[in-house]
Every structure is written in C-alpha cells, then in structure tokens.
Design a protein around this ligand. Structure first.
Ligand SMILES: [Cu+2]
Length: 261
C-alpha cells in the first residue's frame, strides 16, 4: 500500500483536482524590478489574511517561478504581512518567460487543504528556450551528486516512489530541514506547466502528506543521503522534477526529466 504525501496540489488540466475553489479566488500581482508583490482576493472581494500555520511544509503560501521551458525554477515561502500581502524576491531569475504558481494553504482547510493560483511574468533580456534533456539518472549540483536508482515506471494518478541518494565527496549528505521538509519535489509538466508538489519528511514528521483526489503520498528519509520521493502526477506527459534540499547551508535544486504514461 502506498501512501503518497505530496503537498497536495494539481493544477489546470487535472480534472479530478478541485480547482473550483481556487477559481473563486484571484491573485493580484504587482510587478516591480527584482520583486513581485502579491495578494490573494477572496470571493467576497476581501484579501485572504488567515493562513495555515504550524510545523511541516503545508503552511502559508509557496511561490514558485517556473521558466516556461522548465530550464529554471525558484521556490520561495515568503512572509505574509497582516494585511495579506507577501513579496516574492525574484532577483535570482534570469531573462525569459515564467509561470508563477502560488500554492495557498488557508487557515480554513475546507474543502481541500490547499489550492493554486497562477500568474505569468517575463524577465527582460536575451532568452533562448532550451529543449528538455532526456532523463539522466545522475545530476551533480554544487558538488553534490543526486542519483536516481532504478528505472522509473510512472503512471498518472498512480502514487509511486523514486529512490534517490545524495552524496558529496563520496559520503552521504545530511539534509537540513528547509521550509518544513527534508526535501521538496516540485513536478511541472512540459508545455502546459501543470504542477504537483510532494515532500520528503523525517520519520514521524507531521503535516507532510500530500493529497491528490483520494490518493496520498508521503516521502520519507530516515538515513542521511537517502530520499524516497513520492510521485503523484495528475496527467501523462513529460514532466520535470525539481528535487530540492538544503545541504551545508545551501539549497540545492536537481532537475530530472520523467516520462509519465
Ligand atoms: Cu514544498
């Protein structure tokens, strides 16, 4: 029996995900150089100011900038001011068109724990879209080697796990909890940029399970250097997994191309 704890959340193109609730909310963006100021407007026209708090990654708002060619990603959990505004510092982004995904965890957890709102922005400058590389099972980021073990056989709406090891200098790394999880797995679909997000949590961690329709997924890591990453994507296609973890004070992002039938 698989328990897939993704940070629950599919996006457009995922018929069984209840994005209806999100459809009644809207995102107000104010773009300025190096930062985007954001606010969520509720169906009654007032700003959303009450967000889920507590341990685990499923709190507040998660802001993700994904370049349209899936060649770059930035994942932030900005502080929310009492008036409901939050500022995402997008200084690190290079030129190009981006999809902005705001994954929202409101205090009111019904009918679903979270929903997504979307925007887009373009960072000026010369940009050439890059084709997605084929799956490579080893990626080295900042001297850390991420290795995917085995051949993934992934199917839509079917929870599964991918087994990774992360080493540096031949030794397993130690993960520092970051944004409430040991690792974050952000899945984006080529072309449509459909979105799903799961987490890898320490044993016994609470608030870490992701939900999609009736399925749940919780990634686990009980051993340094090992990550069991839950996969639960809503539709077939070519997906890009951005696996993120914090090691020695730095956030590392390792991308993998996945084919989902
Ligand atoms: Cu996350």
């Amino acid at each position: 029996m698989l328990a897939l704890a993704g940070c629950g959340g599919g996006s457009a193109g995922a018929p069984s995900v209840s994005v209806g609730a999100a459809g009644t909310y809207s995102l107000v963006m104010h773009i300025r150089p190096g930062a985007v100021s954001l606010r969520i407007v509720q169906p009654d026209g007032s700003p959303l100011t009450a967000f889920k708090r507590g341990p685990g990654p499923h709190t507040g708002v998660h802001v993700i900038f994904a370049r349209r060619d899936l060649g770059a990603l930035l994942h932030l959990h900005p502080h929310i001011r009492p008036d409901g505004t939050f500022v995402a510092d997008d200084e690190p982004l290079g030129p190009g068109p981006y999809r902005l995904i705001v994954d929202v965890y409101p205090a009111e957890q019904s009918p679903q724990p979270n929903f997504q709102l979307f925007g887009s922005l373009t960072v000026k400058g010369h940009y050439t879209p890059q084709p997605l590389p084929p799956l490579r099972t080893t990626e080295t980021v900042d001297g850390a080697t991420f290795t995917l073990h085995g051949t993934p056989h992934l199917r839509a709406i079917d929870p599964a796990f991918l087994h990774f090891t992360v080493t540096r200098g031949g030794k397993p790394v130690r993960f520092t909890p970051w944004y409430g999880a040991l690792a974050h797995a952000i899945f984006l679909r080529k072309g449509t940029l459909d979105y799903f997000h799961t987490h890898v949590c320490a044993p016994g961690a609470s608030g870490c399970t992701s939900v999609f329709g009736g399925a749940k997924v919780t990634g686990r890591s009980a051993t340094p250097g090992k990550l069991d990453v839950g996969v639960l994507v809503p539709v077939p296609g070519t997906w890009r997994l951005f696996l993120q973890c914090k090691v020695d004070g730095r956030v590392l992002t390792a991308p993998f191309t996945l084919h989902v039938r």
